[in-house]
Design a protein around this ligand. Sequence first.
Ligand code: 5HY
Length: 245
Amino acid sequence: MRIKVINPNTTASMTAKIGAAARAVAGPGTEIIAVNPECGPVSIEGHYDEAIAAAALLEEIRKGEADGVDGYVIACFGDPGLLAAREVASGPVLGIAEAAMHAASFLATGFSVVTTLGRTKIIAHHLAKSYGMAPFCRNIRACELEVLALEDERSDARRIITEECRRARDEDEAGAIVLGCAGMADLAKAIEREIGVPVIDGVTVAVKFVEALVACGLATSKHGDLAYPIAKTFTGLNGMSVARS
Ligand code: 5HY
């Protein structure tokens, strides 16, 4: 099976890190195609960035459909454009926030999210609520780190994130930690060893969930609101129409 893992920001080093994390857990016979759009924000740190990134992300889904991809992962913790992507896709589409929160709820009665900037916390709150995960979500914490600090060896990101995870374990009594950025994918296991509770990276669990759904022969429902988009003219946006029956 072929799974397309889409980093909706345009930072290639983060896409490479996300691809490596995905390939590390992909099963035999699963091909991981890790991409980022050519256009859009270098990092996603708010509602505006998400809205701009979503359009380019949908273009990657559209290209995946033309290439016969079996499933998709949206590798950004805001799960931008998730429902729109499910309209365009035939195979399963998972967002890393959705996947990580559900995985955490299988492993602990309460989890905390540790994310980058404080201004994105509300996005995680909204997602936890809309996914029915609010009863499990003890707290959402921010490290006040910019997303691209995760790509900078000189930044103290790893130590700062580890300390915030430790505080979440102690102060929130969180039995598990959800990492709130795809750019943290390479940190999960090291932090888990250090603080002794499950630390969940959404990229890897989303890949395994998509693999499981495809292996069960399951695909996105095309009955109702996730039916393929209605073919129409998109003024000034050539090629955006998704003519499918
Ligand atoms: C992410 N931004 O996973 C989110 C994290 C965040 O560019 N990739 C991004 O802070 O919302």
